[in-house]
Design a protein around this ligand. Structure first.
Ligand code: M7G
Length: 182
């Protein structure tokens, strides 16, 4: 008998094709709700670090689309880890630790506020994020952010910021202000 997960999760893939709209470049790969099916999926897809630049993987709770427009993301935001340019060797470990946090519901009473996670392969530096549903809920977001930083074993001095999607969406420059940081 397979080991059930508390939630059903959907894995999405984004490939940057400039002839298409952002939404048309986003594809649902598969969904799963057992530990065994999670590993089955994980073991047969390309490692994040091997994807082409411009690609993303997203893992979201079933029913939440990995985009700002989804009802559960609209008022939300993300804890963003910006990795250094040319530091892709640790990315797969960071991503799998993030996936374990999500599917294992490791945020305790705050797990309901988690929508999903995204890894983005970029030449200017890969990005890893956890998306939560309410950008103004300080207690929840700080607790989730602390757990994220701790589980990934990030150095205390490495600062991660929480950005509201509303701000990311309307940014003009290359940086969005953080509403919290850790
Ligand atoms: P990105 O891929 O998150 O970061 O956003 P990057 O700049 O490092 O590549 C790039 C662009 O993709 C944004 O400026 C938007 O035009 C589009 N985009 C990204 N996201 C997450 C969304 C989204 O959730 N909804 C829509 N409509 N567009 C998005």
């Amino acid at each position: 008998k397979k080991h059930p997960l508390q939630n059903k999760w959907a894995l999405w893939f984004f490939k940057n094709d400039k002839t298409k709209s952002w939404k048309d470049n986003l594809r649902l790969v598969t969904s799963f709700d057992t530990v065994e099916d999670f590993w089955g999926t994980y073991n047969h897809i390309q490692a994040a670090s091997k994807l082409q630049s411009g690609c993303d993987y997203s893992l979201f709770k079933e029913g939440i689309e990995p985009m700002w427009e989804d009802e559960r993301n609209r008022q939300g935001g993300r804890w963003l880890l910006n990795t250094q340019k040319n530091s892709r060797q640790d990315l797969d470990r960071l991503w799998v630790e993030t996936l374990m946090l999500l599917i294992g519901e490791q945020f305790g009473e705050y797990s309901d506020s988690v929508c999903g996670a995204v890894v983005q392969i970029r030449t200017k530096g890969d990005k890893l994020a956890i998306w939560t549903s309410n950008a103004s809920d300080q207690d929840t977001n700080l607790s989730i952010g602390r757990k994220f930083k701790e589980r990934l074993g990030l150095p205390r001095k490495l600062v991660i910021g929480y950005q509201a999607h509303e701000d990311t969406m309307s940014k003009t420059g290359s940086t969005t202000k953080s509403v919290f940081s850790l």
